[in-house]
Design a protein around this ligand. Structure first.
Ligand code: ZN
Length: 445
C-alpha cells in the first residue's frame, strides 16, 4: 500500500488511499491575464483536437473491422502518434494535456463497454426515426460510442497532474497564485477557502465556463470522521425515497421542493441551440470548406455555456445546502441502494434522472453525515421498499410504476407511494440500528 512507516500517504503512488483518506475536489475562481488566457485556450483546443483524433482513429478502425455492436476491443495508441502529425501540437503545451485526452478517451471506451458491451448496436430514438425515412446511420449515431467533442459543449478544460511539486499555491506580493506547468509565473487565484493542511495535491483541472475561468484542485487528505452518535432516537431518524419528479420524498411525506433547474433553462437552451444551428448553416466557408464563424456566433456560444454552467451551479448549491441541513437535523439518514445508471435505462428515464442529481446528493449526504458522526444507512439492494405496506408489513406481488398511491389489500391503508416507501426505509433503518445496538430504548427516553 502506498503509505510510509508512519502511515502517511506516499506521493505519486496512488492506487489505493490509506485508511481514513479521501479525495476531494476544491473549486476556485482563477483570473488569468490575457496572455495566460490565450495559453489556456490553446491547451483546451489541443486537448479537444487530440481527443477528436482519437475518436476519428477509433471510427476508422471500427469501419475497417465492420463493427456491429458488442464488446469493443481497441488498442489506444499513444498520444505521440497523433501529436507528431500536427505541427501546432508541438511541445509548447504541457504534455499532460495530451495524456489527459488519452485518459478521457480510454474512460469513454470503458464506459461504452460497461453499458453496451453485451448488446447489439443501438441508436438514439431521433436517429431511429430518421432511419425509417431512409437515413443511413454512421458510427456517430451509435449510442454510447465516444463522440467528437464539439467546440460548443464542454471541451473547455484540461487536467494536469502533480509530479514533483509542479503544482502549488503560492502567496506573493499580497496575492495568491496557482502554479502549474507552463505557468511558472502563476495564475492569480481567489482562495475563498483553504486547501486541507495535510492534503496532497494530485491534479488540477483548468476550465472555462462561459467567460469565467476555474481551477478544480483534486486533493487527497485525511478525512476526519466524527465518532458515531451512540444512541439514536427513532424520532431523530429520517428516510429518503428517491422520487422521479422531485429528488426525494422523506418519511414524513415531505417533498424535497427541488427546482428542476435543467427544465427551467431547457427552453432557453433549445432556443440558443436553434439559433446556433442557423448561424452555422449560414456561415461562410473557408478554402477547406470549414465554416468561418462570426463574432455573433462566438458570443452566442459563450452565452450558451454560461447558461448551462449556471444551471449546474444552482443545482449543486441546492444539493449542498439541503444535505447540510438534513445531516444537521437528523441523527440517522436511510436511503435505498440504487443503481442509477441501471434504473435510468430500465425506466427509460434517461436524461431526466441524470438531471436530478440524486446520485450526487447521496454522496454529499454520506460524507457530511460521516463528518458529523451521523448514521448513514443504505438499505439492502433487494429490500422491497415500494412493495411493502408501511402500516402492516404486507407485501404486494406486483406494483406498477403508474400506481402513485399505495393501497394495501390487507389493512386497507392508503398513502402516497413514495411516502410509503420512505416509511419502509425508515423501518429498515430502525431495525439496522437495533441490530447494531445504536437505537435508544424508547421507554427509558
Ligand atoms: Zn397494510
Amino acid at each position: 500500500m502506498a503509505a510510509d512507516k508512519k502511515g502517511r500517504h506516499i506521493k505519486g503512488t496512488k492506487k489505493q488511499l490509506p485508511d481514513g483518506w479521501i479525495t476531494g475536489a476544491f473549486r476556485y475562481a482563477i483570473f488569468p491575464t490575457d496572455e495566460q488566457k490565450q495559453c489556456l485556450e490553446m491547451a483546451f483546443g489541443c486537448e479537444r483536437k487530440v481527443y477528436n483524433e482519437y475518436v476519428a482513429g477509433l471510427y476508422d478502425h471500427l469501419e475497417a473491422v465492420g463493427f456491429s455492436g458488442g464488446f469493443l476491443t481497441y488498442r489506444v495508441p499513444n498520444y505521440t502518434t497523433i501529436t507528431q502529425r500536427y505541427d501546432f501540437l508541438d511541445r509548447s503545451t504541457d504534455s499532460f494535456v495530451y495524456n489527459d485526452a488519452k485518459i478521457r478517451f480510454q474512460a469513454a471506451i470503458k464506459k461504452y463497454n460497461e453499458t453496451y458491451g453485451t448488446r447489439p448496436l443501438h441508436y438514439k430514438k431521433s436517429v431511429q426515426k430518421k432511419m425509417k425515412a431512409g437515413y443511413v446511420p454512421s458510427l456517430q449515431d451509435v449510442k454510447g460510442l465516444p463522440k467528437f467533442h464539439s467546440k460548443k459543449q464542454g471541451g473547455f478544460s484540461y487536467t494536469t497532474n502533480q509530479t514533483n511539486g509542479n503544482i502549488r499555491i503560492e502567496p506573493r506580493d499580497g496575492a495568491t497564485f496557482l502554479r502549474i506547468p507552463k505557468f511558472p509565473e502563476g495564475i492569480p487565484v481567489r482562495l475563498h477557502r483553504e486547501l486541507p493542511a495535510d492534503g496532497l495535491v494530485k491534479k488540477v483541472t483548468l476550465k472555462r465556463e462561459g467567460t469565467r475561468y476555474l481551477a478544480s484542485i483534486s486533493v487527497d487528505y485525511p478525512f476526519e470522521k466524527a465518532p458515531l452518535k451512540e444512541t439514536v432516537l427513532a424520532a431523530n431518524m429520517t428516510a429518503l425515497d428517491y422520487s422521479q419528479s422531485g429528488l426525494y420524498v422523506d418519511s414524513d411525506g415531505k417533498k424535497a421542493g427541488y427546482p428542476r433547474f435543467h427544465e427551467l433553462i431547457g427552453k432557453r437552451q433549445r432556443r440558443l441551440n436553434k439559433s446556433l444551428a442557423r448561424m452555422k448553416e449560414r456561415a461562410m466557408k473557408d478554402e477547406n470548406g470549414q465554416p468561418v464563424y462570426s463574432k455573433n456566433y462566438r458570443q452566442t456560444v459563450v452565452h450558451y455555456q454560461k447558461t448551462m454552467a449556471k444551471a449546474a451551479n444552482q443545482r449543486n448549491d441546492f444539493l449542498h445546502k439541503r444535505s447540510h441541513q438534513i445531516t444537521n437535523d437528523y441523527d440517522a439518514i436511510v436511503v435505498e441502494d440504487l443503481d442509477l445508471t441501471n434504473l435510468a435505462q430500465c425506466l427509460k428515464l434517461g436524461k431526466k434522472l441524470h438531471d436530478n442529481g440524486f446520485g450526487m446528493f447521496r454522496g454529499m449526504l454520506k460524507y457530511k453525515a460521516e463528518r458529523k458522526g451521523k448514521h448513514y444507512i443504505v438499505a439492502d439492494r433487494f429490500f422491497p421498499s415500494s412493495k411493502l405496506c408501511s402500516a402492516c408489513g404486507h407485501k404486494k406481488e406486483r406494483l406498477r410504476l403508474s400506481e402513485r398511491t399505495y393501497a394495501c389489500e390487507s389493512c386497507h391503508a392508503e398513502l402516497d407511494r413514495d411516502h410509503n416507501a420512505a416509511l419502509n426505509l425508515k423501518n429498515y433503518g430502525i431495525h439496522a440500528l437495533l441490530d447494531t445496538g445504536f437505537l435508544a430504548d424508547p421507554v427509558s427516553n
